[in-house]
Write a protein that binds this ligand. Structure first.
Ligand code: FAD
Length: 551
């Protein structure tokens, strides 16, 4: 049987950073459903925040993060992240990350939304690519074992401790149990719950679903960030860096409409503010073909080619226009899950032996709205912290036997999928789920729209119980993986809708037309969802406030 000291599920930035943090004498392995450098981290464009500027301070970064998250972030975790960020950036540089430079040769920083200082370090508009490849080199140097193209289907829990995972080997086919003294979930986001999304097709919330099914709580799932600027039709991200470099947002009248919504910060207001403003412009008839325009023309050819080369390429290839000459049609799209597996600031979950880091975790530093550039930072800081803490914890842990019941029930679940008569297939249900969620749980939400979504999800679940996997083979059965991913998406959608219905206020990314104001006296608290037979059960938990009282 395969056995390791620590198993990390996910080989994006958080997973790889955790692996590198563990001392070399430990036997650490990673599992990933795709090759590590195809993880969604590779798509990050704009940059990573750290207060390394001479005039900047980690306290100012922490303040911006708490305020930007509408005070729903836990400030102990925010403080840890912002305090440790500069050291982590320097370490990344030493690992070989090719950050863009100032003329003096220092790491360059650009302004991002909601930040009081230009503190976003970047590598042109391909920051995630630069980070992920440097991290992969470090991983190779450590000779960590990577189970590439293995899909984790369940957590193993024995006598109150996580002791491994069940995984399907995509290349050869077949379900296997892998034992470990500790498991770290680093499975990324769940943006594919929505049809209009910037996320990779693999971002199906698997890790969150695994933890949820093992009885662990998911926190603040109603807070899904809609990125203001995604490309018309495809939903491909147009980085906030485009506005950071000075891009304008225009409506059909050619007006910079942000002056009516955020006269001081204009295009660099927080993402939730800009998304709501765009939504309102479109709703009130001042949009352009269901979009508004992002105008970069005044930046000039040289600057666009130097700072935003990928954006230009994306616009040329996917919208058939050159931003040097023509404004880009954009609209908001689902981008980031602020919620996730509940952890403390060391990545510890409520289950001994199980840790979580990166987008799948809710530490929580982003509160009701994540600032651009803080998510890459989260993967690095909390990936490192989770790896360090897991390594320390397992010194007292033994290896446990594989629980028989999980082995049997997983085999049965896969067998059911492979023998179901259908005729419907997973993609059809996934399509309908995405449309329902985008329509009813987008930037504007109401009780009625959410109840409609809840009813629709129940019907989709019934359809999913009968869905069939047409490919009956074992080798590279992506049809089977899609069916398993759909089951995760449905669980995650359920928690998003139920949590959003529960929160009767508007805060950050959660905007309810029927409760349009923020209500601190009733709702300055985390939503916690637990799995029950008949759907998510909600409870609420206090927010940790240290130095920044809600204002
Ligand atoms: C287009 C785009 C641009 C972005 N730009 C920025 C930016 O400029 N700045 C910023 O701060 N943030 C940005 N973000 C957000 C940020 O990139 C992500 O939140 C972050 O990279 C997530 O990293 P992660 O390590 O948690 O997960 P990921 O990088 O998504 O990796 C998840 C890993 O888990 C594995 N996995 C998942 N499920 C399973 C399973 N069942 N079995 C086995 N393996 C599994 C995957 O194979 C993968 O290796 C952006 C996001 C997107 C979508």
């Amino acid at each position: 049987m395969i056995t390791h000291d620590i198993l990390i599920v996910g080989a994006g930035l958080a997973g790889m950073r955790a692996a590198i943090a563990a001392p070399p004498d430990l036997n650490v392995a990673l599992l990933s459903k795709v090759h590590p450098v195809r993880s969604h981290s590779v798509a990050a464009q704009g940059g990573i925040n750290a207060a390394i500027g001479e005039q900047d301070s980690w306290e100012a970064h922490a303040y911006d993060t708490a305020k930007g998250g509408l005070y729903l972030g836990d400030q102990d975790a925010i403080e840890a992240m912002c305090r440790e960020a500069p050291q982590d950036i320097l370490e990344l540089e030493r690992m070989g990350v090719i950050f863009s430079r100032t003329p003096e040769g220092r790491i360059a920083q650009r302004p991002f939304g909601g930040a009081g200082f230009p503190r976003t370090c970047y590598a042109a508009d391909r920051t995630g690519h630069a980070l992920l490849h440097a991290m992969y080199e470090q991983l190779m140097k450590r000779r960590c074992r990577v189970y590439e193209e293995w899909y984790v289907t369940a957590l193993l829990v024995e006598q109150g401790r996580c002791c491994g995972v069940m995984a399907w080997d995509l290349v050869h086919g077949g379900l296997q149990a892998l034992r470990a003294k500790a498991v770290i979930l680093a499975t990324g986001g769940s943006g594919r719950v929505f049809s209009t999304s910037t996320n990779a097709v693999i971002n199906t919330g698997d890790g969150m679903a695994l933890a949820y099914r093992a009885g662990l709580p998911l926190e603040d799932m109603e807070f899904v960030q809609f990125h203001p600027t995604t490309l018309k039709d495809t939903g491909i991200l147009i980085t906030e860096g485009a506005r950071g470099e000075g891009g304008y947002l225009l409506n059909t009248l050619g007006e910079r409409f942000m002056k009516r919504y955020a006269p001081e910060q204009m295009e660099l207001a927080t993402r939730s503010t800009v998304s709501l403003a765009i939504g309102q412009e479109i709703q009130e008839g001042r949009g352009v073909d269901g979009c508004v325009l992002l105008d970069l023309r005044h930046l000039g050819r040289t600057r666009i080619l130097e700072r935003l080369p990928q954006i230009r390429e994306l616009a040329l290839e996917f919208a058939g226009l050159d931003p040097i000459e023509t404004p880009i049609p954009i609209r908001p799209g689902a981008h980031y899950q602020m919620g996730g597996v509940q952890t403390n600031a060391w990545g510890e979950t409520g289950l001994p032996g199980l840790f979580a880091a990166g987008e799948c975790a809710c530490v929580s530093v982003h509160g009701a709205n994540r600032l651009g550039g803080n998510s890459l930072l989260e993967t690095i800081v909390f990936g490192r912290r989770a790896g360090t803490r897991a390594a320390a914890a397992i010194r007292d842990y033994d290896l446990r036997p594989v629980p028989e019941d999980v082995l049997k029930s997983e085999e049965q679940r896969l067998n059911t999928l492979l023998t179901n008569p259908g005729p419907e297939r997973a993609w059809q249900i996934r399509d309908d789920l995405g449309k329902t969620m985008s329509l009813n749980l987008g930037i504007f939400r109401t009780k009625q729209s959410m109840q409609e979504a809840l009813g629709a999800i129940q019907a989709l679940k019934a359809r999913a119980n009968r869905m069939c996997v047409q490919d009956k083979g074992r080798i590279f059965n992506t049809d089977l993986i899609q069916a398993l991913e759909l089951q995760c998406l449905l669980d995650i959608a359920d928690t998003i809708v139920v949590s959003a219905l529960g929160r009767e206020e508007s805060r950050g990314a959660h905007y309810r037309a029927d409760f349009p104001t923020r209500n601190d006296s009733a709702w300055l608290r985390h939503t916690v969802s637990h799995r029950q037979e008949d759907g998510p059960q909600l409870s609420y938990a206090p927010v940790t406030i240290t130095r920044f009282p809600p204002a």
